[in-house]
Write a protein that binds this ligand. Structure first.
Ligand SMILES: [Zn+2]
Length: 113
């Protein structure tokens, strides 16, 4: 996957996160425990985003993962949101990231070419 046009950093609520793109779902997990597509690490302020290896992911999938991790970051920086979402935070994050990705792409606010 060509990462041209994808962000290298993301500022979330004033905190700058570096984005690392991976080609191995195990290496996407900082602890190498799970096979995952995205992870945000609040200590090192790093996001790791899987972009595919031999099988390339669609840019839409990668953008969805970036937005998913960004929403986790926003939620974590805001105790009220964290409290309101509680155990449903992952469900909310997945749903909202998908809706945001779709809306941004449908309105050409994100270039997926
Ligand atoms: Zn998540």
């Amino acid at each position: 996957m060509n990462i041209k046009g994808l962000p290298k950093t993301l500022n979330i609520c004033g905190f700058k996160y570096k984005i690392e793109y991976t080609t191995d779902t195990i290496k996407t997990d900082i602890f190498k425990r799970d096979s995952i597509y995205g992870q945000i690490d609040y200590v090192t302020r790093t996001m790791r985003i899987y972009i595919g290896d031999k099988k390339q992911l669609q840019k839409t999938e990668i953008i969805n993962t970036i937005l998913h991790e960004m929403i986790h970051g926003i939620t974590t920086q805001n105790p009220l949101l964290e409290k309101m979402l509680g155990k449903d935070e992952e469900l909310f994050t997945s749903t909202f990231a998908l809706l945001l990705t779709d809306t941004l792409i449908r309105n050409n606010l994100i270039n997926i070419k």
